[in-house]
Design a protein around this ligand. Structure first.
Ligand code: GRF
Length: 201
């Protein structure tokens, strides 16, 4: 399965996928996209000889209107959003129905939606005094964080003293759940049954 990963900057989830796909031969990250001219995530991609593309209107960037063409040129069959902060063009979301997923660092539908990214999420969780947080992997639809939930994993935060501590605990489980879910798609083991998403063993 040829995958495109859309990153924000740090790239730790990209690295988790790349490290896991070294064992799983049926996953190939064929392109990495970001909305910055350069970022640490692109350095990770380059270490694996994966082409990187900056999206935007600046010189040397791929315009969003050209995104579909680049995806088909690289025969991309699946898209993973791992920190990408912009909305994906509707045309791409429609072309990749049930083949584009996002990872969100909280238990959706709580603590999601526009503006809920990075430390903002963990600040909102911390201030709510919630005793658990976690990770959600979900299908992408035309708005932020509202697609059907595919997988979740929670973590105890009853003893945390800061939003940063929550971020650290959640990131650790992100690096487990995302490669797991991508692997299940690569094995064609994700189904929709009675309007719910089921992952087969
Ligand atoms: C992760 O926390 C992910 O949940 C969110 O953006 C962050 C990306 O981190 N969508 P990284 O760039 O993968 O380290």
């Amino acid at each position: 399965m040829k995958i495109a990963v859309f990153v924000s900057g740090r790239g730790s989830n990209l690295h988790a996928i790349l490290s896991s796909s070294e064992e799983k031969k049926n996953i190939e990250v064929s392109a990495v996209f970001g909305d910055k001219i350069d970022c640490p995530a692109f350095d990770i991609a380059r270490r694996y000889s994966i082409p990187t593309f900056s999206l935007g209107n600046k010189e040397g960037c791929v315009n969003y209107t050209e995104l579909s063409g680049v995806l088909s040129k690289f025969k991309i069959g699946f898209i993973v959003l791992a920190g990408f902060l912009k909305l994906i063009p509707k045309e791409v979301v429609l072309n990749f129905d049930k083949r584009i997923i996002n990872i969100h660092p909280a238990l959706l539908p709580s603590f999601g939606g526009k503006g809920m990214y990075g430390i903002n999420v963990h600040k909102a969780v911390y201030e709510s005094s919630a005793k658990i947080s976690g990770v959600t992997v979900h299908f992408v639809d035309a708005s932020y964080d509202t697609g059907k939930i595919i997988a979740q994993r929670c973590v105890d935060i009853s003893d945390v003293r800061s939003p940063e501590e929550i971020a650290e605990r959640v990131l650790k489980i992100e690096h487990q759940i995302l490669p797991y879910v991508v692997g299940k798609f690569a094995e064609n083991k994700v189904r929709i049954v009675n309007d719910r998403v089921v992952i087969l063993d």
